[in-house]
Write a protein that binds this ligand. Structure first.
Ligand code: PEP
Length: 263
């Protein structure tokens, strides 16, 4: 079993249609049909179709930044998983810290969203991470344990576990310019893998990609990726231009690493 490195760009509420299309084209050209690393783009909902067209024929995956947990209904302004699937979305981000802390999403709600994504056989990328206050109080592992607990309800079958990835994004590092050191990221990732083993079993724990996110830049991507349990990067600000995102994409090792030696 091997873990393929994953480089993901979370465009948040940025870019116009023209800029989103141009950026998607540049990423598509850089990634091409490469199989040794995965690349995922998370544009705003309104740009999904434009990005989908630009990445067609490449191995870049189309991602959505959020979803609603119900299939359909009177939920003005929301977008369901079947709608995303119908648009060609392959990966859905769930529980991003901005959803948790700006929009007040609870672990319970995030669990229902993840369940909806996995039931639809889409890939789910669950974001977890502690606030600065929680880290300073020595509660990081406790927070990660609580945030991962949603997997008990959301992942019902081994084939659903295979659709899961986890992004460790310490809240104090997102958009702040303050990156976790590679040692801090590795320490949290090792704990996440241990917790995954408890919840989903050793095989799923060894094969689930664990991404780090929080002020990733071209200058720190390679050293983060060099850590044994850092399998990928979720990039916000630096994913908004080819000049910063493509060097991060290139920092991903071309060959998948063996999970056995680190699991
Ligand atoms: C993010 O929003 O997922 C993120 C990691 O942002 P940034 O890279 O800008 O810190």
């Amino acid at each position: 079993m091997a873990r393929t490195p994953v480089i993901a760009g979370n465009w948040k509420m940025h870019l116009t249609r023209r800029k989103a299309s141009g950026l998607a084209r540049a990423v598509a050209e850089a990634q091409g049909e490469a199989e040794g690393r995965r690349c995922v783009l998370f544009p705003a909902f309104v740009h999904l179709e434009h990005v989908r067209r630009k990445i067609r024929g490449t191995t870049v995956l189309l991602g959505a930044q959020n979803c609603h947990e119900e299939k359909e209904g009177a939920f003005t302004g929301e977008v369901s998983v079947p709608m995303l699937k119908d648009m060609g979305v392959q990966v859905v981000l769930v529980g991003h810290s901005e959803r948790r802390h700006v929009f007040g999403e609870s672990d319970e709600r995030i669990g229902r969203k993840l369940q909806a994504v996995l039931r639809a056989r889409l890939q789910g990328m669950l974001c977890v991470g502690e606030t600065l206050e929680e880290r300073e109080a020595g509660r990081t592992f406790e927070v990660l344990e609580r945030q991962l607990r949603v997997l008990r309800g959301a992942v019902r079958k081994p084939e659903q576990a295979a659709l899961l990835s986890i992004a460790y994004e310490p809240v104090w590092a997102i958009g702040t310019g303050r990156t976790a050191t590679p040692e801090t990221a590795q320490e949290a990732h090792a704990e996440l893998r241990r917790l995954l083993g408890d919840i989903l079993g050793a095989e799923a724990a060894a094969s689930t990609p664990l991404l780090y996110g929080g002020s990733v830049k071209p200058g720190n991507a390679a050293e983060l990726l060099a850590r044994p349990d850092v399998d990928g990067l979720l990039v916000g600000g630096a994913s908004l231009s080819p000049g910063t995102f493509l060097p991060i994409l290139d920092a991903a090792p071309a060959a998948a690493r063996a999970a056995e030696s680190h699991g």
